[in-house]
Ligand binder design. Structure first.
Ligand code: ADP
Ligand code: MG
Ligand code: ZN
Length: 414
């Protein structure tokens, strides 16, 4: 019953969580709609079509402007065990013929082509006889005549929507202002297009991270400071979820537990109260949250280190959907780091997946321990540039120090 795209994400690519925007783009494609995805470089655009390609089966055609980019992608996919091919001018005739044989035999899942090669009469006729289920156009801004990267070969891609009328098309780019976006959409899509533009910043969420000292007390102090507002408290285990909810209730907080080990009717009842009553604190494992759209969640409190920076971003994003100032507060300690390492070691995946999972955990720990602006660190992980935000513990500490320094100067001057 598991979501097939999540299965592929995990089994093939070794990731536990989607990056922002990825799941939305995939769902749209899997639902037969076209997608225009605008996300910063490094945000993870490739997965937006690579995962659906594997969920859909058949053949996915990927258009990419540079031979070097195609080679890299194909090599990376093959390393992950995915049947990917490219036919391009840098390969000798034999290699191209061999690649085409695999494609024609239905063995290839993703075929990378330059636009001018795709749009030849022969290639189009050959593809028309195959089971093409998805078309991805990378660096799609190259189609816009107004853009600095215009490539005449891209213009011809506008014919794809008539040539493959029932195949969903995804166009991806990191650089598209409104005008360019409209231009891309007008050229590639007639209708059914979903545009996903992602800047990742959620400036109304204040970010605070601290070492766990006396965890429950830190939590209680925080929750009491939020008196009467709705919030989500994430715990690592079911047991800790129950204990923490009971602890808060003992101290007069309207807290309710939520985890997958509870009877469904209890879980649903608690969720309904959280959704409909004011000021309920949901103490939950990560089982809670998917598809919850409550606009006035005032905070998300992590009593333990989350699973990854992707998971952290997703989880804190449940606060402040109404745009009001809200807080994301995280505690972490050596115990959770050790536990996370054990999780990774205990998983039934390849050594390469494990190595990368440890690397992502190190990045998360680095985020916890940085003295830099947290938002800057988080956004830069997703490929987005930002200046210091003024709304995280590190920025606020610095401001406090700066005030202190000004005060000291005044005192010394007097
Ligand atoms: P873009 O095309 O947007 O510049 P890429 O598709 O090349 O970005 O991905 C950038 C990096 O992000 C890659 O190293 C990729 O493995 C990583 N990445 C993508 N999605 C995820 C995810 N869900 N979890 C962890 N890492 C991811
Ligand atoms: Mg890319
Ligand atoms: Zn900051």
């Amino acid at each position: 019953l598991e979501d097939p795209k999540r299965r592929v994400l995990k089994d093939v690519f070794g990731f536990d969580d989607f990056r922002p925007g990825q799941a939305g783009a995939m769902d749209a494609l899997l639902g037969g709609r076209h997608v225009l995805t605008v996300m910063p470089t490094g945000a993870g655009k490739s997965l937006c079509y690579q995962v659906p390609a594997l969920v859909l089966g058949g053949l996915t055609v990927v258009v990419s402007p540079l031979v070097a980019l195609m080679q890299d992608q194909v090599a990376a996919l093959r390393l992950a065990g995915v049947a990917a091919d490219t036919i391009n001018s840098s390969l000798d005739r034999e290699a191209n013929v061999a690649a085409w044989r695999r494609v024609a035999a239905g063995q290839t899942r993703l075929l990378y082509l330059a636009p001018e090669r795709l749009m030849t009469g022969r290639m189009l006729a050959a593809l028309a006889r195959l089971d093409v289920r998805l078309i991805a156009i990378d660096e799609a801004h190259c189609i816009s005549q107004w853009g600095p990267a215009f490539r005449p070969e891209y213009e011809d891609l506008a014919r794809l929507r008539e040539l493959f009328p029932v195949v969903p098309i995804i166009a991806l780019t990191a650089t598209a202002d409104e005008a360019t976006r409209a231009d891309i959409a007008a050229r590639l899509f007639a209708d059914r297009v979903e545009t996903l533009v992602l800047g990742f910043d959620r400036p109304n969420i204040k970010l605070i991270v601290e070492p766990r000292r006396e965890g429950r007390r830190q939590l209680l102090r925080f929750v009491e400071g939020q008196a009467g507002r709705s919030g989500i408290v994430y715990c690592l285990s079911r047991k800790k979820t129950e204990e923490t909810a009971a602890f808060l209730v003992e101290h007069g907080v309207r807290a309710l537990p939520y985890h997958a080990g509870m009877a469904k009717e209890d879980r649903d009842a608690n969720q309904n109260r959280f959704m409909s009553e004011a000021g309920v604190v949901m103490v939950a494992t990560i089982a809670f949250g998917m598809g919850i759209d409550k606009p006035d969640v005032a905070y998300v409190f992590h009593t333990d280190l989350p699973g990854s920076l992707e998971a952290y971003y997703q989880e804190i994003g449940r606060a402040g959907r109404d745009g009001r100032p809200v807080e994301a507060h995280m505690l972490y300690g050596l115990d959770d780091i050790r536990m996370r390492r054990q999780f990774i070691e205990g998983e039934d995946t390849s050594p390469e997946h494990k190595r990368r999972a440890h690397g992502r955990l190190d990045t998360l720990i680095g985020f916890c321990e940085t003295a830099q602006c947290r938002r800057q660190a988080l956004l830069s992980y997703f490929g987005e540039q930002a200046s210091p935000c003024g709304n995280c513990d590190n920025c606020l500490d610095q401001a406090a120090h700066a005030d202190g320094a000004a005060e000291a100067r005044l005192i010394l001057a007097a």
